[in-house]
Design a protein around this ligand. Structure first.
Ligand code: IMP
Ligand code: MG
Length: 183
């Protein structure tokens, strides 16, 4: 199916993201100061840029692992059914775990992932989400650390896609369809 034409309006600049990522990493470094090796779990694919920047500002020994969960039935709407497409490589029992997510939208993905990882009995499990759309929440869940709260807009960039496009934008922008109102 050919895609609808759209433009991207910048919402959060690369500079604002960098400043916020540094502040989040500072809080995380303080929180885990007594931890000998933190397991940072990136949720693929949307968190790959965020986790790369975040771990380089966390001044603690870290191990990086990835988990891929899929909830998207189509490009813009959650299917509410979360599937694990790729599991962690490492064990997390008794470990300190930080889950890194790109966006918390309805909350289904994070709820499912947190439940799954907690069943493996980590010592502590916290979540750092770059973006949060609180007005869209259907499952009551909140990240320990949130980069930015945003309104109900579909966003792309800094790792986040629209039908696998625009992940490589250095900023976060909102998708605006240019055929709105057309038949
Ligand atoms: P949830 O399960 O509805 O909370 O969906 C979370 C996932 O949906 C995020 O990890 C993203 O991958 C995706 N998602 C939610 N909102 C957006 C958006 O505005 N742009 C791109 N992906 C999104
Ligand atoms: Mg995601």
């Amino acid at each position: 199916m050919p895609h609808r034409p759209y433009v991207i309006d910048q919402m959060i600049s690369a500079k604002a993201i960098a400043a916020r990522v540094e502040a989040l990493a500072r809080e995380i470094t303080t929180h885990y100061a007594d931890c000998d090796k933190l397991v940072v779990v990136g949720l693929l694919r949307g968190s790959f840029v965020f986790i790369a920047d975040l771990v380089r500002e966390i001044h603690l020994p870290v191990e990086v692992d990835f988990l891929e969960a899929s909830s998207y039935g189509d490009a813009m709407h959650s299917s509410r059914e979360v599937k694990i497409l790729k599991d962690l490589r490492g064990e997390i029992a008794g470990r300190d775990v930080l889950v890194v997510e790109d966006i918390v939208d309805t909350g289904f993905t994070l709820h499912h992932v947190v439940k799954l990882l907690k069943s493996r009995e980590p010592a502590r499990l916290e979540v750092c989400a770059l973006l949060d759309k609180p007005s869209r929440r259907e499952v009551p869940i909140k990240a320990t650390w949130t980069g930015f709260e945003i309104p109900d807009e579909f966003v792309v960039g800094y790792g986040i896609d629209f039908a696998q496009r625009n992940r490589n934008l250095p900023y976060i922008g909102k998708v605006r369809f240019t055929d709105e109102g057309a038949a």
